[in-house]
Design a protein around this ligand. Structure first.
Ligand code: AMP
Ligand code: ZN
Length: 463
């Protein structure tokens, strides 16, 4: 077993619970509330907050000493590292914006000598300059450590065979998960995304049990399996899928779970914070535990930047507490979520984040109405005749067309037979987004698919 506990009694418990040193069965029903680092994961709130203050103070001292960007920001505010006495004082620190990281490309906001840098990632920014994100050796190891917590939290053991279907390379998604899975002791298959035929072969030949995949590729892959007549429950060994990297809805989760026969766990992260492993669902799947010994989360109003209380939805702001190479203070993630402060039945004390419902900069304004693509997805994925892909196209002055792929089953090849369905979708969408879009039903498998992050909106407006 790879669970660790510093105390002798704890070790004995872990050894007994771990089947006297034998490998645990991979059946998730028999494995509940396992911990990778029980002491930290179940630490009392006040001890956890004290630890946060201590680590925050150290982080602030480090950047005040060696990062010109923060030195200047502190000078503008007349702030000295010693001023930071409690978590309340966090608000006195400057925000770090996406633009700040782009502006410091390629050097990054590095806080250690060059010889201590161990790895470079860049963000998958869609426009303009990327962001350079550096890791020290310890950062690489810490990132893997957090992933190990996530894996074990969902019941993974070293018996698992982990097929990593995310993009390897400059993107953090695949590599960080890869290192974490190795730490747990899984057999790791670095498949990368795409080439569904090969993915299937790997799953069949090596009996993969856990997948890491984007929601859009998972939906596409489900269609591929269907077209090959594969029943994943019978023909494959896949049991879990870790899904993240882009927003998706509960309806999409259910669709993937049904089509692939897996338990889907929501996985949240961003390159600026080490990539995946920032927050992850436990077996209760009611929000994602954010590892608060490594990150401090705040929720703010994206317009006014004022803090919002627990439970209120707003922009997530994150501060790193353990990063050596590139600590980041109060990073404006632009991701919209809220904090669940109630204790979780799994026993972990680290608070949870609700599903990310979109990014503040994903918001579309159509005829004066604010719309998030996830609202549209939520409506579509709840309609049984709808397939697994959709595209929002904005044209002309302010015209919105939602192209909707139909499900394979029940489709007789003639979209003109589906006028009733089309009207129903228009009505459901209008009730959700308060404006009436055009809906175009298209045959299964005809909309573009992406192997990486999905592109859900094409905006051709002349505004
Ligand atoms: P990157 O830095 O390229 O890894 O992209 C990180 C961004 O992907 C985040 O800021 C989110 O907008 C998005 N993202 C990652 N994981 C999730 C998730 N589980 N749900 C929703 N959005 C996510
Ligand atoms: Zn939990």
């Amino acid at each position: 077993m790879h669970r660790r506990c510093p105390h002798l009694l704890g070790r004995l418990f872990v050894w007994i619970a771990g089947g006297f040193g034998r490998k645990l069965p991979a059946n998730p029903q028999t494995i509940v509330s396992m911990f990778w680092d029980q002491q930290i994961e179940t630490m009392g709130r006040s001890a956890l907050e004290q630890l946060q203050v201590k680590r925050l103070q150290a982080t602030v001292r480090r950047v005040a000493k060696s990062v010109p960007f923060y030195q200047q920001k502190f000078a503008e505010r007349g702030l000295k590292p010693g001023d930071l006495k409690s978590l309340e004082d966090l608000r006195r620190l400057p925000f770090t914006a996406n633009a700040d990281l782009r502006a410091t490309y390629p050097k990054g906001l590095v806080a250690v000598p060059a010889e201590e840098l161990a790895r470079l990632h860049t963000s998958s920014g869609t426009t303009g300059k990327p962001k350079a994100l550096f890791f020290s050796r310890k950062d690489v190891d810490n990132a893997a450590e957090l992933i190990a917590r996530c894996f074990v939290m969902t019941g993974c053991t070293r018996d698992d065979i982990f097929q990593n279907m995310m993009t390897y390379g400059l993107f953090t998604g695949a590599l960080v998960m890869h290192y974490g899975a190795e730490k747990v002791g899984c057999l790791v298959i670095p498949a990368g995304p795409g080439n569904s035929e090969k993915q299937l072969l790997l799953m069949q030949d090596f009996r993969s049990t856990v997948l890491h995949i984007t929601p859009s590729y998972a939906l596409y892959f489900a269609t591929y399996l269907e077209s090959r007549g594969i029943n994943p429950r019978k023909d494959l060994a896949i049991r879990k899928a870790f899904i993240g990297a882009e927003p998706y809805t509960e309806e999409t989760r259910r669709k993937i779970e049904k089509a692939l026969g897996v338990d889907v766990y929501n996985s949240y992260g961003l390159s600026e914070m080490n990539g995946p492993g920032v927050a992850f669902e436990c077996e209760h799947k009611r929000g994602m535990h954010l590892w608060e010994d490594h990150y401090i989360a705040e929720i703010i109003d994206p317009q006014t930047s004022e803090p919002l209380p627990d439970g209120k939805r707003g922009e997530l702001v994150l501060t790193t507490l353990c990063r050596e190479a590139m600590p980041i203070l109060r990073y404006r993630t632009r991701d919209i979520t809220s904090v669940i402060a109630e204790p979780c039945p799994c026993g972990r004390t680290h608070r949870r984040l609700n599903r990310i419902t979109g990014r503040s900069d994903d918001m579309l304004i159509v005829r004066g109405v604010n719309i998030y693509p996830q609202q549209i997805e939520q409506v579509l994925m709840a309609v049984p005749q709808v397939g697994r892909n959709y595209l929002i196209v904005l044209d002309g002055l302010d015209d919105m067309t939602v192209k909707v792929e139909l499900a394979e089953s029940g489709f007789d090849g003639r979209v003109e037979h589906l006028v009733g369905l089309q009207t129903e979708i228009v009505n459901r969408l209008r009730a959700e987004i308060l404006t009436k879009p055009k809906v175009e039903l298209v045959p299964p498998g005809t909309l573009p698919v992406s192997e990486g992050k999905a592109k859900r909106v094409v905006d051709n407006r002349r505004l």
